[in-house]
Design a protein around this ligand. Sequence first.
Ligand SMILES: [Zn+2]
Length: 292
Amino acid sequence: MVIFHPVKGKTRFAPSPTGYLHEGHLLSALYVWASARKWNLDVHLRIEDHDQERARPQHVQAIYEDLEWLGFTWQSESVQSRHFDRFQKKLEDLQEKKLVYPCYCSRKELDAENPKNEFGEIIYQGKCFLGARDFSLPHNLRVHIPDKVIRWQDLRLGIFEENPKLQCGDFPIRDRIGQWTYQFAVCVDDIEEGITHIIRGEDIRNSTARQIALMELMGRETPPKYLHHPLIVDDSGKKLSKREKAHSIRQDREAGISPQELLGRVLFKAGIRGVPSPIDLDEALDLICLIF
Ligand SMILES: [Zn+2]
């Protein structure tokens, strides 16, 4: 008798160490670990420190400590800044296929010469694709994406059909000072680390079609499955952001709050539970599994 062992999938939690984790990150972590429970996935912890200008070592350390304090466990981990060889190799593969070109446009020119999408991002019209190339001038590198509709399914929100060429146009994969962009780094790592399920906030949903397009150019035929979860908003209706000094988990810990109290508060603020009373991580994950 032949016994089939189902291939186990893998999801990831991928915070940037540009500040301390806050309630928004905690909600995202809860969705990641709940998805892992629901679909029997391994969890990979990736420290997304590709932006070396803003990443700080004390924030990296705090991510591990805060997650452990909350009771989360993971099966593997990686640090993005150690993957720069991997990124370089993928860039060279794309260059060989003539899919990368330098863009010399200044921020001012980009704003003046290109239309904007509903999120306020420019839709790059490809000015530098046909222009003369002089790599000695300051430039970023853009990937030349195909003009085609990407059909993808969100496990919570349903089917989307989007053409990234019309949504954002060719986008940067390396910036003017030689740093890898979020869009590029995340696609390379999701491929190389074998991520099958991407669970993240709704604020990144508009990146999905362009990431699938880029991953296709890099040779990944089957895209990951996606789930974009609702965000916690502050009193004025804006999403929590560490840049705006959102209340951090670190501050709560220092104030003597327990993990159960914090989890209770986050589930309440996210509208998942009607009362803000303390709750165990295990119970919180079971609760979230019920809502998607
Ligand atoms: Zn340009």
